[in-house]
Design a protein around this ligand. Structure first.
Ligand code: HEM
Length: 62
């Protein structure tokens, strides 16, 4: 499953699974997905790495 698809489902919920946006911030949601991908034996894509870095920067800017 694409990381973006997973992120969307965790952010907005999907059918029986509710949203986790109130419990995990944007960076944490990407981190959980990166962890799942790592356990699946894949490597994080450039897109995810870039997004996490961007989110970290955005969080520091606040
Ligand atoms: C932060 C932890 C979790 C992550 C990262 C996660 C991730 C996902 C993902 C990626 C899907 C597939 C959605 C899709 O098809 O687009 C999914 C489906 C689902 N998850 Fe989670 N999940 C989490 C926690 C939970 C928990 C705690 C529950 C139960 C209370 C749950 C119940 C479900 C169910 C029932 C589905 C199937 C939804 C359907 O009908 O398609 N999830 N989850």
């Amino acid at each position: 499953m694409a990381e973006g698809t997973m992120f969307h489902s965790v952010t907005y919920g999907k059918n029986l699974m509710g949203s986790y946006a109130s419990q995990l911030n944007t960076l944490q949601r990407w981190e959980v997905i990166a962890y799942i991908k790592m356990k699946q034996g894949g490597t994080a894509t450039t897109t995810t790495t870039t997004t996490v870095v961007a989110d970290t920067t955005a969080a520091k800017a606040k």
